[in-house]
Design a binder for this molecule. Sequence first.
Ligand SMILES: [Zn+2]
Length: 260
Amino acid sequence: MKLKMYIGLLWLLVASQALAQGRYQVGDVVPTPYLKVYGYERFFNSTPIPASVKARMKGCSFKANSGVDWNDLRYLQVLHCDAEGNAIVGELVCAKTIADDLLSIFKALFQSGYPIEKMRLVDDYGGDDEASMRDNNTSCFNQRAITAGGRVSMHSFGLAVDINPKYNPFYKVRGRVYIKPEGSEAYLDREVATPYLIRKGDLCYRLFKQHGFHWGGDWLSGKDYQHFEKPVPRPRTDRNNPPADRRQSLPDPPNPIPQN
Ligand SMILES: [Zn+2]
């Protein structure tokens, strides 16, 4: 019992020093004793995009001359819980117009222990959405080239969020079935046992709906189970290009699945 107390005190000391020195970085687990003493509010922040984050995003998730201005965006830091109950520092870039929504949603998800495995900028994956999804990384802002259909993803404006994408894939049938990310075929079975599955009516679904988001799992011409988007006016850009999820605009199925 005493040993447990000493270990707890030591952990608290290390944790306090870590915060004092600004050592809790994105991806770090914040020790429970620290959260018990200092609370979690300090980990939930919305700010203009810091210079260091701009440097990561430029030429990656943020393209020049895209029509989106840095002032249209916000950088969020939050805590999220993984399936093992670890409190992890996460980050997200989103449209300024939905920053308060997301802060409120992710705080409620954290408070209830709703599992989200990873949450870091897609720039850590070189802006490669597929790589980010395969790693089950939750993300929001990512500017994509305008597709042949002339349509732009809501992610390009930071108005859509993909939650636990590996376990909540996108799929569409267009002659044949194709899936994003590749390798997530098993999770088209929406009864499969994994803590990261989004189920209609669960807390994640309810919170996003309460804040006015649409869920890709409700779409009829395909499904995007990871995708929540808010239909609000986009920042200045070409109004002649109606937004749509980038994966709806893919020209050809890249990974056909044999039909049995
Ligand atoms: Zn999406």
